[in-house]
Design a protein around this ligand. Structure first.
Ligand code: PRP
Length: 181
């Protein structure tokens, strides 16, 4: 079945410009830090993390965790239950850690993650998120570096999927799951 072409919500140019802006802020804030550990949350963060990490001009390394809220179904709802599928390889105790996420929706994933990582006593723990949906928030989550706030629509592209489709779209687009089966 051929995919439909999602309508553009945030263009590739807007994303490129925002990544450059965030990278400049992060590079300035962590100037002097000899190893910033960027923690990407799979799968959704892989494209944002790749772009952001390459735009930094400070020493950095990347590691990954895999968490899941939505399972593998095509459901667009979540009950807030978070599962860890894969942990970090590195010990982050005493290290500066920046969590990189594609989206904060209800906030349960990032909230769980920050509690989990804080218990490992990093030197610092901050978050960088490409898009958030404030209307969907159920729990408070700390977002230190934010790309875009968006309305409550189903977005795809730049790592974001709908039932594993559209992750590699170079812009953030909107799909309508009820019309898109
Ligand atoms: C998405 C996204 C976040 C999480 C946010 O992951 O990447 O990790 O949901 O949702 P929340 O704020 O409501 O907790 P998903 O579980 O869809 O997995 P994926 O990254 O592999 O697509």
């Amino acid at each position: 079945m051929a995919d439909i072409v999602p309508e553009i919500l945030i263009s590739q140019e807007q994303i490129d410009s925002k990544v450059a802006e965030l990278a400049a802020r992060i590079s300035a804030d962590y100037a002097g830090v000899d190893d910033l550990i960027m923690v990407g949350i799979l799968k959704g963060s892989f494209i944002f993390l790749a772009d952001l990490s390459r735009a930094l001009d400070i020493p950095r390394s990347v590691d990954f965790m895999a968490l899941s809220t939505y399972g593998d179904s095509e459901s667009t709802e979540t009950d807030g239950a978070v599962r860890m599928i894969m942990d970090l390889r590195r010990n982050i105790t005493g290290k500066h850690v920046l969590v990189v996420e594609d989206i904060v929706d209800t906030g349960h994933t990032l909230s769980y993650l920050l509690r989990n990582l804080a218990a490992r006593r990093p030197a610092s723990l901050k978050t960088c998120v490409l898009v958030e949906k404030p209307d969907r928030r159920e729990v408070y989550t700390q977002i230190d570096y934010l790309g875009f706030s968006i309305p409550d629509v189903w977005v795809v592209g730049c790592g974001l999927d709908w039932a594993e489709r559209y992750r590699t779209l170079p812009y953030i687009g909107v799909v309508h799951p009820e019309q898109n089966g």
